[in-house]
Design a protein around this ligand. Structure first.
Ligand code: SF4
Length: 516
């Protein structure tokens, strides 16, 4: 049996390091009956620190799970390894939060030690890469990824197979693979959790991509504000190199792929792919017009494949199990699963993974456990500052790329911020506009001055100092900034305003000053 302690950032912030030490002390030498190990995110962050007692190789569903654990609970928990469960700490694993999930990306999270290469391999890690290199041609890999129907999980939903095929078709020569780990949306922590919980999974996905498109060099661009994720990536990279999977010519193949980690300095705009590449090149992180697209002319003018963390984390299972298997999950046009970070006014804040097409109501009310403090649900913001809010009357919508667009929002990378009846939607719009205004890189005028102007108008309206003319000007500016900004940051900055106006216009109107 093993005792698993969640050592992801959220549980560490609620004290799991001290719990881990106490459990090790209580275990002593363990007499060979049990072993205490740190694992990645178990998902239910609101109940942390989480500790699971399980047989080796068993998933969370077959574990004894304990919540809100303190160091003082360590002797009782160790006693339950061979004895009766500690009922006062028990967190049922058959509750909908766990039972309604379908884990592909997070299949190892909360089970393996992210710093252990052996743990990853024992869980089937690098089997996808070995299969690709030993049994498949690059064209076979491209075919599987295309068949899977996987779409980019960074927000845009571009078909991954098509993107990979475009880069693969470019003339042979220097090509790059980039993993975009510059997760910056307020309330989003999916990529951070994946990197902290299962970093080899991302390296393996990148290596398979490199094989498929003919690249020999990759970069992971990760924000420096994620020190634990960076540390675990560095460890994983070192161990994968030592094991001969990366940075060496693989025997009997011509494949030799090296990955470098680059740290982002906290600019949200560097999550935009052209700004990200500029930053890697050592230039100021500002977007440039497209075309040319990175697939043709990316890093240092070379064909470059960019996907985000979650997209790469889906690749190894696709190659291992086959594209058809992946395509059997989800909806007609949105295949597979999606990881979401639940935050805000919801009982079960944390990380979940559900099949595409799961109803939003099921996510909020059943998996998320609904709204705390007897309050009622008001709206959920998806897609971060580029997305929009969805009100109660649309909660039965299936969550997929296309359905969310019809509501004026977007999937985004997977942040979901839930708001209850006490949230003021004008304040929500002002908050996101302030974020975009602060993060605008200033390169183009519509975004640089437009976000500032829109924020001033929102501020006036939120303080009940605005007029009908201000509201009209705000709507006009939304259109202009959307249509004329250079990159996605500016083009989507008006979305939270537009969607709150669409569903909660009465809240704006109530705050307007009456004409004298
Ligand atoms: Fe910079 Fe905004 Fe223009 Fe994008 S839209 S290039 S963030 S000023």
């Amino acid at each position: 049996r093993e005792v698993r302690v969640c050592m992801a950032a959220s549980c560490q912030s609620s004290g799991s390091l001290a719990v881990m030490d106490a459990l090790k002390d209580a275990c002593g030498d363990g007499n060979g009956t049990c072993h205490v190990k740190g694992v990645g995110c178990m998902g239910l962050c609101s109940a942390g620190p989480l500790v699971a007692v399980a047989d080796k190789d068993c998933g969370l569903d077959a574990s004894l799970l304990y919540r809100d654990v303190t160091p003082n609970d360590a002797p009782d928990i160790m006693g339950s390894v061979c004895g009766a469960p500690v009922e006062r700490l028990r967190c049922p694993t058959d509750q909908p939060f766990f039972a309604r999930q379908h884990k592909i990306v997070l299949e190892n999270s909360g089970i393996i030690d992210p710093d252990s290469f052996k743990n990853y391999v024992a869980a089937g890690g690098y089997a996808g890469m070995v299969r690709a290199l030993s049994e498949m041609t690059p064209a076979d890999v491209l075919r599987e990824v295309t068949t899977s129907g996987l779409r980019g999980r960074g927000g845009g939903g571009y078909p991954t197979g098509l993107k990979w095929s475009t880069v693969a078709k470019m003339p042979a020569g220097q090509k790059y693979v980039i993993c975009n780990a510059d997760e910056g949306d307020p309330g989003a922590f999916m990529d951070r959790a994946v990197l902290e919980s299962d970093p080899h999974r991302v390296l393996e996905g990148m290596a398979i991509a490199a094989y498929a498109i003919g690249a020999n060099k990759g970069y992971i661009y990760v924000r420096a504000e994620y020190p634990l994720a960076v540390e675990r990536l560095q460890t994983a990279l070192r161990k994968a190199k030592r094991a001969g999977f990366l940075g060496n010519k693989i025997a009997d193949t011509q494949f030799n792929f090296e990955i470098e980690i680059r740290l982002g300095a906290g600019a949200f705009v560097c999550g935009e792919e052209t700004a990200l590449m500029a930053s890697i090149e050592g230039l100021r992180g500002q977007p440039r017009p497209r075309p040319p697209y990175p697939a043709e002319s990316g890093l240092w003018g070379c064909p470059t494949l960019i996907n985000n963390v979650e997209t790469f984390a889906n690749i190894a299972p696709i190659v291992r199990e086959g594209g058809d298997w992946f395509a059997s999950i989800g909806t007609e046009r949105s295949k597979g699963t999606k990881v979401f970070a639940l935050a805000g006014k919801i009982h079960n804040t944390g990380l979940i993974e559900v099949p595409m097409g799961t109803k939003l109501r099921d996510i909020i009310e059943i998996i998320g456990g609904g709204i705390p403090d007897d309050k009622s649900f008001k709206a959920v913001q998806t897609g971060g500052p580029s997305g929009g809010c969805i009100p109660d009357r649309h909660l039965d919508i299936p969550v997929d790329y296309d359905s969310l667009k019809t509501l004026g929002t977007m999937m985004g990378s997977g942040g979901m911020i839930v708001m209850d009846e006490t949230s003021c939607m004008v304040d929500v719009a002002r908050y996101f506009m302030e974020f975009c205004m602060t993060e605008s890189c200033g390169k183009c005028i519509p975004c640089r001055t437009g976000t500032w102007q829109m924020h001033s108008l929102l501020d006036r309206i939120a303080k009940s100092q605005g007029t009908q003319a201000d509201l009209a000007l705000l709507e006009e500016l939304c259109e202009v900034v959307q249509a004329t900004s250079l990159c996605g940051l500016g083009q989507t900055a008006p979305n939270p305003v537009l969607s709150t106006l669409r569903y909660f216009r009465d809240e704006y109107e109530e705050k307007l000053q009456l004409p004298t």
